[in-house]
Design a protein. Structure first.
Length: 145
């Protein structure tokens, strides 16, 4: 099952360690506290957010590299020059709606993987260009020359 996604021996070892921790510490159940989820071996902030948001149906940011890129570009003016994961996560948390948080998370992830990609930004078909700091900056800079 893990072989197609690569690094299967490392992933299998990590899954085993996480499962053993869950059984020993929480009787095989995921804790319902986001901070406690982060104590589980091999569970980082993205995975904890996914477990909380998708698995437990509770609002939690799912911040991966796509989300960092989108938020960093769109809200460039609200962030420090080199924003940390914590800073981006806090901003995403303030933007997240109370009810449709799963769609919000998936939408930003999809936006970063399909439109606002690593190699390409500021596309005319971008659905958030009307309030994107980087889009505005690129268009303003182009007309300034």
């Amino acid at each position: 099952m893990l072989k197609p996604i690569g690094l299967y021996s490392q992933r299998a070892k990590g899954l085993k360690e996480a499962a053993e921790f869950l059984v020993n510490e929480y009787g095989g159940e995921f804790p319902i506290d986001l901070e406690k989820l982060l104590e589980i071996p091999h569970i980082g902030s993205y995975t904890a957010g996914a477990i909380f948001s998708i698995g437990m149906d509770k609002p939690a940011p799912m911040v991966d590299s796509n989300v960092c890129r989108v938020v960093g570009r769109v809200f460039k003016d609200l962030l420090s020059e080199n924003p940390t994961l914590k800073e981006i996560t806090e901003l995403v948390n303030t933007l997240m709606p109370e009810k449709e948080f799963k769609y919000f998370n998936w939408g930003i992830i999809d936006l970063g993987s399909l439109v606002c990609t690593y190699r390409s930004c500021c596309k005319e078909d971008c659905p958030v260009k009307s309030f994107c700091s980087t889009y505005f900056e690129s268009k303003y800079k182009d007309t300034d020359n």
